[in-house]
Design a protein around this ligand. Structure first.
Ligand code: ZN
Length: 150
C-alpha cells in the first residue's frame, strides 16, 4: 500500500474509537501499510489471496445465516453460527457503505478452537487486504484463517 496524505487520515481513523470502541489497530504500532504488506506476504506464501478467503468467509456466513441461530455444518470438520449484534458500522476507509455488526463464529467440531469475524471483516479483507492490527478485538491471523477455511 502506498503512503499518501490520505494514509495519515486513515491511520487516525483506524486508531480512534470513533467507529469501533476497541479500534481497528489494537496494540499494533506498525503503519497500516506495513500490517497489510506483512499479512499479504504470509498469504502469498500459503498460496491464497485475501479475495479468495473473503469469498469463502461470505459463503460460511450465508450458510450460518440459514441455520437461524443454530450451528451449520461446514465441510466435515467445522461448524458455524451467527451471533446477532444490533446496529451497523461503516468501513473506516473513506467511501460509502456500512455493515451489519453480526458476527460469524467458525469452530472446529473436534478441538472447539474457533475463529470469528464480522461482516465488516469480510469487507476489509476483500476490498482493503486488511486483517486489523495485533490485539484488536477482530484481528484475524491470516494463517489461522487459512487453516480454518480449508
Ligand atoms: Zn471499505
Amino acid at each position: 500500500m502506498k503512503e499518501s496524505p490520505d494514509t495519515k487520515k486513515l491511520e487516525a481513523m483506524l486508531r480512534s474509537s470513533k467507529l469501533s470502541s476497541s479500534g481497528f489497530m489494537g496494540t499494533d504500532n506498525r503503519a497500516v501499510g506495513e500490517i497489510i504488506d506483512t499479512d499479504l506476504a504470509v498469504l502469498s506464501e500459503l498460496g491464497y489471496t485475501p479475495q479468495e478467503l473473503a469469498k469463502r468467509m461470505q459463503q460460511i456466513t450465508d450458510a450460518a445465516t440459514e441455520a437461524l441461530g443454530n450451528w451449520a455444518k461446514i465441510g466435515d470438520s467445522h461448524e458455524a453460527m451467527i451471533i446477532e449484534v444490533k446496529g451497523r458500522i461503516p468501513c473506516p476507509w473513506p467511501h460509502a457503505g456500512n455493515f451489519a455488526k453480526r458476527v460469524t463464529i467458525l469452530r472446529d467440531i473436534e478441538t472447539k478452537s474457533q475463529i470469528k469475524w464480522s461482516d465488516l471483516n469480510i469487507h476489509l479483507i476483500a476490498e482493503h487486504d486488511f486483517f486489523e492490527g495485533k490485539n484488536s478485538e477482530f484481528r484475524i491471523e491470516p494463517a489461522d484463517l487459512v487453516k480454518a477455511l480449508y
